[in-house]
Design a protein around this ligand. Structure first.
Ligand code: RTP
Ligand code: MG
Length: 148
């Protein structure tokens, strides 16, 4: 079963969207296996967004992601990495389709509400950056039999 790292960014937390976002992934049939409200340090932000360190917006990105608490999550399910990216919508909300999270709630690329791992390699790396092994919980739900 695949896992991904999803995170409600500081704008989503401030706008009271944690519940809405968790609810969308629950209703889709994915299972929450790890979650915490936390403040990201400068160091963790630079590691997490390391692939963008040469980009002109890197400083702004790090400032933004450390500007308030985030809600970090690990979700599990078949094809959850790619499906979560589809449910999030395009990086720039102006290109994000309606019924996606960014399409429904975000207005600008700098404040686009949610982060999601973009590949299996990113998912493993990001889950490892944000969660200790014992913070990710393995459990089964009867509902899984009605999803798969
Ligand atoms: P994320 O990593 O946050 O899930 O977003 P993403 O994969 O959809 O997009 P990515 O290319 O990884 O970019 C990371 C974040 O950087 C900000 N960004 N700003 N000013 C700009 O042109 C620009 N481009 C990207 C966005 O907030 C994006 O989510
Ligand atoms: Mg990305």
């Amino acid at each position: 079963m695949e896992r991904t790292f999803l995170m409600v960014k500081p704008d989503g937390v401030q706008r009271n969207l944690i519940g809405e976002i968790v609810s969308r992934f629950e209703k889709k049939g994915f299972q929450l296996v790890g979650a915490k409200l936390m403040q990201i340090s400068q160091e963790l932000a630079e590691q997490h967004y390391g692939e963008h360190k040469e980009r002109p917006f890197f400083g702004e990105l790090v400032d933004f992601i450390t500007s308030g608490p985030v809600f970090a999550m690990v979700w599990e399910g078949e094809n959850v990495i790619a499906t979560a990216r589809q449910m999030m919508g395009a990086t720039n909300p102006k290109d994000a389709a309606p019924a996606t999270i960014r399409g429904d709630f975000a207005a600008t690329v700098g404040k686009n509400i949610i982060h999601g791992s973009d590949s299996p390699e990113s998912a493993v790396r990001e889950i490892g950056l944000f969660f200790k092994e014992e913070e990710v919980v393995e459990y089964s739900k009867l509902i899984s039999e009605w999803v798969y």
